[in-house]
Ligand binder design. Structure first.
Ligand SMILES: Nc1ncnc2c1ncn2[C@@H]1O[C@H](COP(=O)(O)OP(=O)(O)O)[C@@H](O)[C@H]1O
Ligand SMILES: [Mg+2]
Length: 350
């Protein structure tokens, strides 16, 4: 991004309002928070700022004289600060204070709630297409259980009885694993703070879920995983992104088959996640439209057109970017590039 595309913001006041603004603005890639100031060294926002690596200061004049500053958000609630700012602010900077910054906070909260609703709605709309896959995957073990149970009614040999009982238990466990995967996926993304997420594990999880939604018949799988790569974000949301991209890739190869390649790579401090198919491709004039909400080329009931829109929203929230490379009848590659997250060494990653 060009440096002129950034909005440079300074936050004054690190109480509840300041902390909330920090959390919020930090999620927006085009905003650079140049610093946050508070007189009280124990203010809650200051600890959060250090976590997010936002500069912390008590020096308000120094902070607001930052070169290129375009916005000062004053949430100190201090009338003296307001007077001070109006006489000392640099001419290029605007001030947002008092009820205006409270209103902004409310609007953005509202927007993020709507966004979460949209994400959930799209996910639930997609679950409909899972039904056939689930029915199939549950029916197989059920048939097995039925056969084994029928045998058992006749079986006199105790060793054989034990063996068949163990097979039944295995089949039941497989069925409940399917239910567990799907209830995990369909629940609302838990709102916890961003954590390091192991990408390879999430790709495998996404693959398992995408298998219910689409027909993997005649699809060859290739995995090139770099061990140990992780990115920072919400694990449920990353899963949602990967399920969407894999499902699209498989749809693009429907009826003709092809190769699905999943790749992760750590290069120059960034994590690349690549999902490639050898499917129908996307014509160059359509590429700019695919991330628009409701753009779909699929039959009604098959596509919502919200998948890639949500993918992009989540990826950007994770400070990542998405690139697409496609050729008609050759295939498509989506590449996600994220900042590298240091893996959490204290325990397994979610
Ligand atoms: N891997 C892909 N190969 C070919 N076309 C794709 C691929 N991924 C997305 N598209 C195109 O982008 C459109 C939008 O995708 P998406 O937002 O996921 O909505 P949906 O899958 O519901 O149609 C698809 O309808 C399709 O035309
Ligand atoms: Mg889709």
């Amino acid at each position: 991004m060009e440096s002129s595309d950034y909005t440079k913001v300074a936050i004054l006041g690190a109480g509840r309002g300041g902390r909330a603004l920090l959390d919020l603005l930090h999620q927006i890639p085009s905003i650079e928070i140049v610093g946050i100031a508070d007189r009280d060294p124990d203010a809650p926002g200051l600890a959060r700022a250090r976590e997010l690596q936002v500069p912390v200061t008590t020096n308000v004049p120094g902070l607001i004289s930052n070169h290129g500053l375009s916005l000062i958000m004053d949430v100190t609630g201090d009338p003296e600060m307001e007077t001070y700012l109006y006489t000392h602010k640099p001419p290029t900077a605007d001030i947002l204070s008092g009820s205006a910054s409270r209103l902004l906070w409310k609007l953005i909260q509202h927007e993020s709630k709507l966004e979460a609703e949209l994400l959930q709605a799209e996910k639930l709309a997609g679950i409909g297409s899972f039904a056939a896959g689930i029915a199939h995957d549950i029916n197989n073990p059920l048939q097995l259980i039925l056969g084994l149970a029928e045998n058992l009614t006749e079986e006199r040999d105790l060793v054989a009885v034990h063996e068949q009982a163990r097979d039944i238990i295995q089949a039941v466990k497989r069925t409940s694993a399917i239910c567990r995967d799907l209830t995990g996926y369909s629940r609302r993304a838990s709102p916890h703070e961003d954590v390091p997420v192991a990408v390879n594990g999430k790709l495998d999880e996404a693959l398992k879920i995408a298998r219910y939604a689409s027909n993997f018949h005649d699809i060859e799988m290739i995995k090139h995983y770099q061990p140990g790569v992780s990115v920072k974000g919400n694990p449920d949301e990353l899963l949602h992104v990967l399920v969407n991209l894999i499902t699209n890739a498989v749809h693009a190869m429907e009826h003709v088959g092809g190769t699905l390649t999943l790749e992760t790579k750590l290069c120059e401090g960034q994590v690349d996640v690549r999902i490639s198919d050898t499917g129908c491709g996307i014509s160059p004039d359509k590429i700019p439209e695919i991330f628009e909400p409701f753009f779909t080329t699929k039959a009604p009931g098959k596509g919502t057109g919200l998948g890639l829109y949500n993918v992009k929203t989540i990826v950007n929230k994770m400070h990542g970017v998405i690139a697409v490379d496609s050729q008609i009848d050759k295939g498509t590659t989506f590449t996600l590039t994220f900042p590298n997250a240091e893996p959490d060494r204290q325990g397994p990653l979610p």
